[in-house]
Structure formats: structure tokens, C-alpha cells
Design a binder for this molecule. Sequence first.
Ligand code: NAD
Length: 466
Amino acid sequence: MECSVEGLEKDLNNMRKCYSSGRTKEASWRESQLKGLRNFIIEQEEQISKALKQDLGKHQVEAFRDEHLQVGILMKSINIAIKSLRKWMAGQEAKLPQIALLSSAEIVPEPLGLVLIISSWNFPFGLSLEPLVGAVAAGNAVVLKPSELSPSCSSLLTSVLPTYLDNNGIKVIQGGPMVGQQLLHQRWDKIFFTGSARVGRMVMSAAVENLTPVTLELGGKCPALVDSLSASLDKKVAVKRILVAKYGACAGQACIAIDYILVQKSFSSELVALMKIWIKEMFGDNPKASNTIARIVNEKHFSRLKSLLTDPKVKESVIYGGSMDIDNLFIEPTILLDPPLDSVIMTEEIFGPLLPIITVEKIEDSIEFINSRPKPLAIYAFTKNKTLQRRMVSETSSGSVVFNDAIIQYIADTLPFGGVGESGFGKYHGKFSFDNFSNHKAVARRSFYTDFWFRFPPWTLNKVQL
Ligand code: NAD
């Protein structure tokens, strides 16, 4: 796709013409594009795996798990969309109040028009193609811009994916912030953005110009509350799930990775001891040599993480790990105990393998702690206490709440995925993706027969004294 402003505008005009022609609205077009996407994933599986390894340097087993998970989730999303498409498109009947005699109504989903999807680098296929499935299923013309920070994946999406699709209605454009800005300043009918709150703000301010609706899939600090579990099996399961949802999730570079832990003071030393044992079990005595933990995506992010740890206020709270190697973009799985709450590591999203543990007097105090901070994308709570579980759901606000595990909410097409407050807004996955890219139009029909006489002027008092 053209990158010059004139070329871009020409391309977008052609796409608008394509949309106006009604082509993208046809069920057969939507189906054929979804099948094209499916063929891309099947036929390019090896290239997809290679690109993910090149860009994110994950251990091949973690890459295998994530690739298959990503590819698996995507395949499932595409298959569900193909199977459900005509049902979703059919809309649903509705009722009008009795005052509108002899009437009928329905809710008809219509596409929004020409939409823009901007995605992030940490799950470059999932975060690009999952919204694309929804946008195409809903009958839109789509421009996708993946992240420049996962260049091999973006190249595959830019150069190979279009060969599977109708390029009059779907285009992929490669580039970084400058291209992003050029795109944001065009006229869109919807912008779907996955990335940081900083750029999310730019997306919103650009959208103001044309009152463009936006979905912002942002990040934030996802807490994991760990109750004082008594059974040793529960403790082991909780610790293993916590560690994999931090260090084993692209080295913590995932929007729904655990950002920090909340634990009751009296249970903290036992929790820390268990975590140390299981870090060694999972990542070995020398994690760098084991290559089990993914690398930090680039030097900029490495320096950002380094500055979080070398902050003089924070240094003393490091109780495990902390070693770094810029040449290999490696940071050891690291635990911090009670770093100052006003330090950057506790005020900004970490997005890396540093895990602060914050102690509270009573585990119930976690609710106030969470509520005094921006609303997270996810809250995790490892507890069997049903009252605490109920309180977590009803007294806190977040995009999702998961008990006794982490990250599993992402793989469910039956659950809406997205944030609230500073973690973003707008939901997708499964039918929620179709709805996200649709206008649910209210359609009402009346017969020409019968009307209540009092609905029409002139207004005379006897009309309200019925
Ligand atoms: P980012 O905001 O830097 O970049 C995201 C996208 O925006 C990229 O495609 C990038 O090229 C583009 N971009 C960057 N600067 C731009 C500008 N000035 N104008 C227009 N476009 C611009 O974020 P990132 O580093 O890719 O991702 C990290 C953040 O994304 C974290 O906060 C993470 O939590 C969040 N995230 C959220 C989800 C989710 O599903 N909610 C998923 C992954 C990542």
C-alpha cells in the first residue's frame, strides 16, 4: 500500500468506493475473506512460527505454545465467524410499546464503513488478525497497520497476507509512528487501537476531528491477589500459575501478564520462598543459559526496565534476581518486596520480568489498594474464600476478573475482551468482535391503520384527562 500522503489518500478513496459499491457487505465476500485468512494461517504456519521466533526471541517451546495458542485461537475465531456469519448478519426481532399499535421492529447490524486497525508487537498475529476477523465479518473495508517493533511478523502480514485477500477492500500497511500519524489523520468510520495509553490518547484526539468511534485496547497494571492458602497443593498450583503468567508470558511483555502481587504480610515469606523454589524449577539456576525466558523486545524497552530497577528508591527491595545483559536483551526473573508505592515501578505498567510483591495487613485490604489506582485490564485472585471472590467482582472494576489462574480469559470467545477506564474501552473476541465493528440499527415499522386520537395537536386538556 502507498505510503506517501497522496498515494494513501488515493488508496483510501478507492477503498471507500469499494465499500460504497456494497461489495464488502455481501455475505459471500465476508466468507471468502475469512476463508482467505484461514488459508493464510494454515499455509504460512511455518513462516509465522519463524517470524515470531525472530522478533521475540522466545524459547522454542514457549514460542510453540504461544504460536499454537495464537494460531489455535485465531483459527477458532475464524471458524466461529464463518459458521455464525449469516446468523449474526440477520439481526434480531424487537418489540415496540403497545402505544404503537400494529407494529414490528428489529435490530439490524450494518457495517461502519472504512475502518483502521493499529496493533502492537507482543502478539503480532493475534492482535492484528483477531480484530480483522471481526471487522471483515461485520462487512467493513479495513486497513491494518501492525507494529514496526515486530518487523518479521509485520513483513509477513504486509507482503504475504494480502495475496490471500481482496485488496480492494482490505489493505495492510507497514510502518511506525510516522505512518501511524499519517493514518490517524485520515477520515475513518472506526479506529481499533491496541497499544499504550500514551498513543491511545493520540488516537482519541485524532478521532475527535471526525467524531470517529474508537476502541482502545490498552494495558496497565494487572494485580494478582494471593490469599493465605492453606493446602500445599493449592499453594504450589497458585505459584506455578503466577510465575508462568509473568515470566512465561513473553517475559512479562503481555498486557494481561501479572504486574504485581498483593499478599497478606503474615503469608508473604512463605509465598516468596515458594516462588524462589519454582523459579529455579522453571528457569534453572542460570536462567540466561537456559534460554527459557523470552528476551526484551529492544534496547529502548531494556533501558526502561533497567531504570525501574536501578531507581535508588527501589534497589533495596530487590530480593531475587535482578541481573541484566543488554547484549542479549536478557533480564533475569526478578522479585521485589514492598518497593515504595510512589516509585515508577509501582505507578507505571512494568511490561517485563520484574515482579513486585506488596504486603497488606489483611488480604481484604487489597480491594481498597486496587480501587485507589487506575482500573486494570485484569485482576487475578488466588483464593478459595467465596466472600472475597464475591467482593472482588462487585467492589472492584476491571476488564476481567479471574480466580485461581491468569490469562485464560483471553482464549475464550464467549467472554468479551477489553478494558475499562485507563485500560481502554470497547470489547472484542467472538460475537463481541462482530458487534464492535457494527452499527446496531434500530428499525421500526408501523401499519397505516389505527392511531390514538390524543397523540396529535391541537393540545386540549381533555386529552390528558382520559
Ligand atoms: P505503542 O502504543 O507504542 O504502539 C502501538 C501501535 O501504535 C504500533 O503499531 C505503533 O507503530 C503505533 N504508534 C506508535 N506511536 C504512534 C504515534 N505517535 N502515532 C500513531 N501510531 C503510533 O505500544 P506497544 O509498545 O506496541 O505496546 C505496548 C502497550 O500495549 C502496553 O501498554 C500493553 O499493555 C499494551 N497492549 C495492550 C493489549 C490489549 O489487548 N489490551 C495487547 C498488547 C499490548
